[in-house]
Write a protein that binds this ligand. Structure first.
Ligand SMILES: Nc1ncnc2c1ncn2[C@@H]1O[C@H](COP(=O)(O)OP(=O)(O)OP(=O)(O)O)[C@@H](O)[C@H]1O
Ligand SMILES: N[C@@H](CCO)C(=O)O
Length: 319
C-alpha cells in the first residue's frame, strides 16, 4: 500500500476547477511507490497522475517540477507537470504539496532487452543536452556529501569485513572527487535514479521518464552509471550483461559522444553509483524514519554490485 494520504472525489473537484481540464470523473490510488501518495485521475481531457508529496516540501519541489517542465518543453519524453490557468505547477491538496502530471502510456519494463536499454541511453543523452540551459541549481542531495554523513551512521551495523570495505570505498571516492579528472567531467541536471521502474514503455518504445525527485546537478556520467547498474545487470548476481551495456552506451554515445576524460573516469563512477544505493538502502534498512510503513529495499543487492564493480573489469566506455 502506498497511498499515505487519501483524496476523495469531493476533495478533488474544487481543486481541479483551477485547471482547464473540465470535470473530474474518477480518482484511483496507485499501490506501488514508497515515497509519495500517487493517484490516477480521469477528467474530460484525459488521464493524469496526481502526486501528494509526503516528505518533500514546497520549498524543495520547484527544482524538480520545473526541470520536468523544462525537459518536456524541449521534446524530452518525461512526465510533464500540467499548469493550472495561472501557469502554476506546484499546488496544495489535503494539506500536502501536490502536482498533476501527464500520464505516460504503457508500463515499466521489468526484464529489459538491448532494445529497451538503447531507448533509455538515447533519451538520457538527449535529456542531458536539453538540461544545459536549465536555470535552477541544486546539487545531487544523495551525492558525496550525503555519503560522507551516512557511511559512519550505518557502518557499525555491518560485519567487520563489510564495514572495512565500506570505509575503503569511501576513501577511494573521496580521492576521486578531489582529482582533476573528476572536475573535468561534463555535469548538469541529472535524474540520478533512473531505474527500470522509473521509465515507461509502450511495447518496445519508450514513452517517458518519471519520478524526478532525486534529480540534482551531478556529472552526466553518474546518471549513466546509475542506469547501467540497474538496466544492464542480471538481478540475481549483479553481473553486467555486456550486450545490454553496449546497447545502452552506443545509443547514448550516438547522441552525445563520451569524452576521453569520461572513459578514464568510468570505472570510478560506476563504483560511486553502486555505493550511493548501497548506502541509501543501508540507511533505510537500519535507520528507518518514524512511521515508515513499507519494506525497505535489500541493501545486499548493491553491496554485491559494488564488490563486482571493484573486482571485475566493466565493459569499456569508448570515446
Ligand atoms: N507520469 C506517470 N505516468 C504513468 N504512471 C505513473 C506516472 N507517475 C507514476 N506512475 C505510476 O505510479 C507508480 C508509483 O510512482 P513512483 O515510482 O513515482 O512512486 P513514488 O512513491 O513517488 O517513488 P518511488 O519510486 O521512490 O517508490 C509507478 O510505478 C507508476 O505505475
Ligand atoms: N531506486 C532506489 C529507490 C528510490 O527511488 C533503490 O532501488 O534503492
Amino acid at each position: 500500500m502506498a497511498v499515505f494520504t487519501s483524496v476523495s472525489l469531493q476533495d478533488l473537484t474544487p481543486w481541479i476547477s483551477s485547471f482547464s481540464l473540465g470535470q473530474v470523473h474518477s480518482i484511483k490510488g496507485i499501490s506501488s511507490g514508497i515515497e509519495n501518495s500517487n493517484f490516477f485521475v480521469r477528467t474530460d481531457k484525459g488521464e493524469y497522475v496526481l502526486t501528494l508529496f509526503e516528505k518533500l516540501t514546497a520549498e524543495e519541489l520547484p527544482f524538480y517540477l520545473n526541470l520536468m517542465q523544462h525537459l518536456a518543453q524541449r521534446g524530452i519524453k518525461v512526465a510533464a507537470p500540467v499548469p493550472d490557468r495561472d501557469g502554476r505547477i506546484l499546488h496544495f491538496l489535503c494539506g500536502k504539496p501536490a502536482s498533476l502530471v501527464t500520464k505516460l502510456e504503457g508500463d515499466w519494463q521489468p526484464e529489459p532487452k538491448p532494445v529497451h536499454c538503447a531507448e533509455v541511453g538515447d533519451m538520457m543523452a538527449k535529456m542531458h543536452l536539453a538540461g544545459r540551459d536549465y536555470p535552477l541549481e541544486q546539487p545531487n542531495l544523495r551525492g558525496i556529501d550525503w555519503w560522507r554523513k551516512t557511511a559512519p551512521l550505518v557502518q557499525d551495523y555491518l560485519p567487520v569485513e563489510a564495514s572495512l570495505f565500506l570505509q575503503n570505498e569511501m576513501r577511494f571516492q573521496e580521492e576521486f572527487a578531489d582529482s582533476d579528472l573528476y572536475w573535468k567531467l561534463f555535469r548538469g541536471p541529472v535524474h540520478a535514479d533512473l531505474f527500470r521502474n522509473n521509465v515507461m514503455f509502450n511495447g518496445d518504445k519508450l514513452s517517458g521518464f518519471f519520478d524526478f525527485y532525486f534529480a540534482g546537478c551531478d556529472t552526466w556520467l553518474f546518471d549513466v552509471a546509475v542506469a547501467i547498474n540497474d538496466w544492464c545487470i542480471d538481478l540475481e548476481t549483479g553481473e553486467l550483461d555486456d550486450t545490454r551495456v553496449r546497447a545502452f552506451l552506443d545509443a547514448y554515445h550516438a547522441v552525445r559522444p563520451f569524452t576521453l576524460d569520461e572513459c578514464a573516469a568510468w570505472k570510478a563512477i560506476l563504483r560511486g553509483a553502486a555505493l550511493r544505493f548501497w548506502l541509501s538502502r543501508l540507511y533505510d534498512y537500519y535507520l528507518p524514519r518514524e512511521a515508515e510503513m513499507l519494506t525497505p529495499h535489500d541493501p545486499r543487492h548493491f553491496e554485491r554490485i559494488l564488490r563486482l564493480r571493484v573486482n571485475k573489469p566493466a565493459p569499456e566506455l569508448i570515446a
